[in-house]
Write a protein that binds this ligand. Structure first.
Ligand SMILES: C[S@@+](CC[C@H](N)C(=O)[O-])C[C@H]1O[C@@H](n2cnc3c(N)ncnc32)[C@H](O)[C@@H]1O
Length: 371
């Protein structure tokens, strides 16, 4: 019988000493390389509605379900049960679902885990379904195939190369993609705002007026004001964006251009997921305009953005690193920044002092104060 050396194992099945590091390296690359399998399996169960099926027990017991019980709750009459069982076996191995054997029937039954609860569609502030659908959308995936060309040649980003138009021009022509993109942004905002409101409560205590610069529909500032009713809120965005924004109590929509001026004086400016879209030069312009609009004594800027860290030390550090490449692929100048880059940018924009506050999210809060 062939001894184990040709497969990198000794006779006891242990990886042979001399080859240990090489085999370990192979396994590490395979783990990174095949991460797309997890993404696509997530997409599969989201599109089939598996988590919702597992949550659809009319008595609200959420008891584990066999494959056929899941299938009965999925609206696809030609479901291939063998394929579904393999997808479920894999995602249970990856701890997205909890697979156990039912003592009475001997059948494998599946239940939700803390991870798959985020795949429920009706769990608005705790759902990542729209994020799954955007990340795995064919137009988004095609952009990644142009990553190497965009790095090798510079110029257009992966998204423009793959889809023929910049992200925003493409959305104006492709309404399905625009909807998927918009829903993913709103999903991200709901999830992040929950963390901001729960973990930055005191940060709003001494704020009388707040402006959300690039606030889109105004949903974020509306949530802040709802939670802190002593605050008067303004939502500032491009004129055509605020023209279509819904009305919220205690919120005034103001249209304008943040590169020209922020035309409202305030105690605080909220800047969520704006600066990562722009080059350093453009960011400095925005920051200087925010600085001019802030109260001299107690004014502060509340930035909500990723902070890229060199090593994985907290739950979300990998996601912040990944987001930098996501920005690289969809935008010619957008990027995520590390602590040093934030410090430099803020100083150039007129904010000499800042504190980074970690919240349970892949975004952090950066409180910045005028000099
Ligand atoms: C990525 S979205 C972020 C929206 C929101 N802050 C959030 O976190 O969901 C960027 C926003 O910046 C706005 N924006 C782009 N250019 C702008 C400008 N020159 N002046 C004001 N707002 C602008 C866009 O309309 C959009 O609503």
């Amino acid at each position: 019988m062939t001894q184990g050396t040709d497969i990198g194992r000794d006779t006891t099945g242990r990886v042979a000493n001399g080859e240990e590091a090489t085999v370990q390296g192979q396994a590490e690359i395979l783990q990174i390389l095949d991460n797309f399998v997890e993404s696509m399996a997530l997409k599969c169960v989201v599109e089939l509605g598996v988590a919702d099926a597992l949550n659809s027990d009319p008595h609200g017991h959420n008891s584990p379900m066999s494959l056929s019980q899941i299938a009965a709750r999925i609206p696809f009459p030609n479901l291939d049960m063998d394929r579904l069982s393999r997808v479920m076996r894999f995602l249970s191995y990856r701890k997205v679902f909890n697979a156990t054997v039912d003592k009475e029937s001997g059948e494998t039954v599946f239940g939700l885990t803390n991870a798959s609860k985020w795949l429920l569609t009706d769990n608005k502030s705790e759902s990542l379904v729209p994020a799954v659908l955007l990340a795995t959308h064919p137009c988004a995936m095609a952009a990644w195939n142009c990553l190497s060309t965009s790095v090798a040649e510079g110029g257009a980003c992966g998204f423009s190369r793959a889809n023929g138009l910049t992200l925003y021009d493409f959305q104006s022509k492709n309404h399905e993609y625009k909807r998927v993109f918009g829903e993913a942004m709103a999903c991200n905002s709901r999830v992040v705002m929950k963390a901001v409101l729960e973990h930055y409560k005191d940060g709003f205590n001494d704020v009388g007026t707040i402006v959300d610069v690039g606030g889109g529909s105004g949903a974020a500032v509306a949530e802040i004001v709802e939670e802190h009713p002593h605050i008067k809120g303004y939502n500032f965005d491009l004129p055509d964006v605020v023209a279509g924004a819904p009305k919220y109590p205690n919120i005034t929509h103001v249209g304008g251009d943040m590169f020209a001026t922020v035309p409202i004086n305030a105690d605080a400016i909220f800047l969520k997921w704006i600066l990562h879209n722009w080059s350093d030069e453009k960011c400095v312009q925005i920051l200087k305009n925010c600085r001019k609009a802030l109260a001299e004594e107690k004014g502060k800027l509340i930035i909500v953005e990723a902070v890229v860290r060199p090593k994985s030390e907290s739950l979300f550090d990998l996601e912040a690193q990944r987001y930098d490449l996501k920005m690289l692929v969809i935008s010619p100048s957008g990027k995520e920044r590390n602590e040093e880059e934030w410090k430099k940018l803020l100083e150039l924009g007129g904010f000499s002092r800042h504190t980074i506050i970690e919240i349970p999210s892949f975004l952090s809060i950066i409180e910045a104060f005028p000099s």
